[in-house]
Design a protein around this ligand. Sequence first.
Ligand code: PEP
Ligand code: MN
Length: 360
Amino acid sequence: MKNTKELRTWLDDLALDHPLVIAGPCSAETEDQVMTIAQQLKDSDVSYFRAGIWKPRTRPGNFEGVGALGLKWLKRVKQETGLKIATEVANATHVKIALEHDVDLLWIGARSTVSPFIVQEIADALQGTDRVVLVKNPVNPDLALWLGGIERLYAANIKKLGVVHRGFSTYEKTRYRNNPEWQIAIELQNRFPDLPLICDPSHITGKREMVFDIAQTALDLNYDGLMVETHTDPNNAWSDAAQQVTPDHLMKMMEDLKIRKSTDTEADYKTALNTMRTQIDVIDHQLIEILGKRMKVADQIGILKKQKNVAILQSKRWNEILGKMILEGEGHQLSQEFVLRVFKAIHQESINHQKRMMNS
Ligand code: PEP
Ligand code: MN
């Protein structure tokens, strides 16, 4: 992609003095539900009203969307509230019908981004469109696949583009529904600083109580906008009930979020500094998590050694580890002294963990 600045003209043309907000229910359920939510969002910071019409469900048997019928309701939203409308498309037929109903923004969902065949089919069907197209990150933490999706659209001459960060599936349960893995989105942002980057805190967290904090982290990382699932009766939503917020909640959230984007150079400097500090916070958080994981393995070794009645300290193995880490560290511009100190501390903590297990 050569001229990534032109990719964001659709966003700059909105001339917003706040982050872009895309909001609306996970799924369009009934005409009433859609119209009620849209009416409550029309005098807010929301620019695009979202609603899923075709719902990709991980397992069959859940609500799979109302289908094309819902597009008539979205059209009504546009006519009666002036909000622009947005929905997910997952194949060429969806694209055709969505374009016929004058959908302003189409997004490719996480389960579609994983498939180059699907993305290509959608790109071909959208060839040269003047609508905005957003690519959600693939469900698996693979930056190349995400970039591939954007490149396929760009190659189809689609110039109003953006990406949505909605987190990544993990086998292990974490506190998130989809682990943010911020470093992946940060790398994408570093490579294409002009490509609009939007955070979807709803699908990252899966819980409405956590939506605000993730949205704040995204804004601290200089994201361009938010996609927030919003429903007037979240608890009774037909899909993703736990993560949707009410329109009032969303409006209060937009008031409370600290927005650091600005135009003068002093403020630019502060924004850049703040973004980098947030990147450091994200990495530090990962360091703690990874150290915790390492110590859990140390606990298991402690249990095993206790069963076999083996000594904790195995100096030969320890010297091997140190030698390897010093070499690896050099490849990352880390001094020998630093690597030694860090690993001595890790080793000591590991011994303490093993001891605790042997004495338990
Ligand atoms: C959605 O936005 O409703 C959706 C299905 O998202 P994702 O593709 O991120 O799971
Ligand atoms: Mn959803």
